[in-house]
Design a protein around this ligand. Structure first.
Ligand code: CUA
Length: 348
């Protein structure tokens, strides 16, 4: 009884926490047609299992109560029973039929899920996992991002791969998991049907930074998506900013973006990052920094980015903020970091 009393509040908490999509991934609040199929399968299995559980436990409890030893104790041994062919055949065939049925339904649903759409409006997104971040490339637009942006109502095809070890791409609200294997492209497809912000994770232990290999998914209308894509295309080819005028009185000292732009090549940031407006900064080991200032999380989702201070804290000590990150501590001085951040903050 005590256990029941303890379990009840716990169950209540678990059942009451299908929080807003952005807060916690929630597998049974599908926001895409693919997740819908998975969720139906989940509920079907759960209901079936519950019926079996209640039936079996009910019979067990009933038998224990009904046939328990009662006083006065019987003087004779009760009749002994050996085997019951009909019962035995039944308890072997019924579970077998249930399992075969479930298997059949699962296989057919999996078949539906892996139908690659032939719709000409299909958007292909290449997903690349690497220790410890994700990169998304959109069709042949040339746009790359570390957060996933998707249009609602458009069939999406994801070509998922990895450049190093095995990762697993998973946005619980939108679809099941798919492995990202080096040297191989795994394909999944779904159509998001609810705008919103979702959370994506890496679902395969891939090294020290695995827990921080997160990303944000923004599902927006077709129009907003196109606008974002064009904005990114424009941003990616932007020329270096003109030298800024002398800092206005009252502006924080050293916060001149042009100083930062001059410093970035010296610090070698461009060997790993593509940075719009910095000549020669075309690396693709780390994230593309186009739009970095508008991301509310950086470092593959591991570090909050609510303004210049957060960004500065990150570039001054990456391994301290995200253990296992490939980004080294460059030993930037406070002044250097302020200047670099001033430039990065222009990349909206
Ligand atoms: Cu990548 Cu875990």
């Amino acid at each position: 009884m005590r256990r029941v009393l303890l379990a009840a509040p716990l169950a209540a908490v678990l059942l009451a926490s299908p929080s807003p999509a952005a807060a916690q991934p929630w597998v049974v609040a599908p926001a895409s047609d693919g997740a819908d199929v998975i969720s139906q399968l989940f509920w079907f299995t759960l209901v079936l299992a519950t019926i079996v559980f209640v039936l079996v436990e009910g019979l067990l409890i009933y038998s224990s109560l009904r046939f328990r030893r009662r006083a006065p104790l019987p003087t004779r041994e009760p009749p002994q029973i050996h085997g019951n062919t009909r019962l035995e055949v039944m308890w072997a065939t019924v579970p077998a039929l249930i399992l075969i049925g479930l298997f059949g339904i699962t296989v057919s649903r999996l078949g539906d899920l892996s139908q690659i759409p032939t719709d000409p409006n299909t958007l292909h997104i290449s997903v690349t996992g690497r220790q410890f971040q994700w990169e998304f490339a959109y069709g042949n637009s040339g746009v790359k991002s570390n957060d996933l942006h998707i249009p609602v109502g458009t069939p999406l095809v994801f070509d998922v791969t990895s450049t190093d070890v095995i990762h697993s791409f998973w946005v619980p609200d939108l679809y099941g998991k798919i492995d990202a294997n080096p040297g191989r492209v795994n394909r999944i497809t779904f159509k998001a049907n609810k705008p919103g912000e979702y959370r994506g994770v890496c679902a395969e232990l891939c090294g020290a930074g695995h827990g921080g290999m997160l990303f944000r998914v923004e599902a927006v209308s077709q129009g907003e998506f196109q606008q974002w894509l064009q904005q990114q295309q424009a941003g990616a080819g932007a020329p270096a900013p003109a030298p800024a005028p002398a800092p206005t009185p009252g502006a924080p000292a050293g916060a001149n973006p042009a100083d930062g732009a001059a410093l970035i090549p010296q610090k070698g940031c461009g060997a790993c990052h593509t940075i719009p407006g910095i000549p020669g900064a075309t690396g693709n080991i780390g994230p593309n920094l186009a739009g970095v200032a508008s991301r509310n999380r950086i470092a593959g989702g591991a570090v909050p980015n609510n303004g210049p201070d957060d960004l500065k804290r990150w570039i001054m000590n990456p391994p301290g903020l995200k253990p296992g990150t490939a980004m080294p501590n460059l030993g930037l001085t406070d002044d250097e970091a302020t200047k670099i951040v001033a430039y990065l903050e222009t990349l909206k």
